[in-house]
Design a protein around this ligand. Sequence first.
Ligand code: BTN
Length: 252
Amino acid sequence: MNLSWLKKYNLLIFDEIDSTNSEAMRLAKSGVSGNFIIWAQSQVAGRGRSGKNWQSKPGNFYVSLLLSHNIEPEVQPELSFITALAVFDTIDFFAKKEPLHLNLSVKWPNDLMIGHKKVAGILLESVNIAGNHYLIIGIGINIKNSPQNIDKPTTSLLEQELYSADAGRVLDIFIRQFDRYLAQWQNKGFAKTRQEWLKHAYKLNEVVIVDDGKNRISGKFKDIDMKGGMVIQLPSGQMCSLSAGEVFFGTK
Ligand code: BTN
């Protein structure tokens, strides 16, 4: 392992915690400077998007990054695309080791899929303390267990026969990829990130149903815009851009 990234991040490791994102939020609120990686073997109050619980038994990957270098709120959502690409490359790294070909994709706005099953999720949170914007990026990857009793099909790296993946090695590969995509974003802007993300997009050019909690819109998923919104072509031919929402694919 090349742990040179330890020079850039303070690494905090927990056997068990409520939620690594909550710990990152506590650190931000205490006004820390520098970047942190909070890594837990298990969480008792793991959080997913839309207020959902994130099952967090030992064996999976539960990490939050706390970035304190004042990333403006308008561009913060772009970091979820960077994170998704880094998780994509991390899983791909372990697949290539076997070697195995996985039908791996990134699902808007921030899930990782193997086939039609979710293998990882990303939760972005932010807080402004004394004029400083902190960004928290929580990443959960199913390594050994795929959560049961939830409304979506899930899988794990173990189920996909990626036997060499363990949380420590996943962290090492992930942070190196994250730093690479972050530098690319800083140098070349979101256009490059967007281009890379679209190469791996789940259901691009297919009909999707998007539910924002109030309305369901059906149309062809054509693109993501320069703010990371999902661009859908309606049956009328008209294009519409969606910035948030729970996305259902197919007829569900
Ligand atoms: C989602 O797909 O709903 C996002 C899931 C994010 C889960 C991770 S696990 C590490 C971090 N701590 C949390 O409480 N949540 C995120």
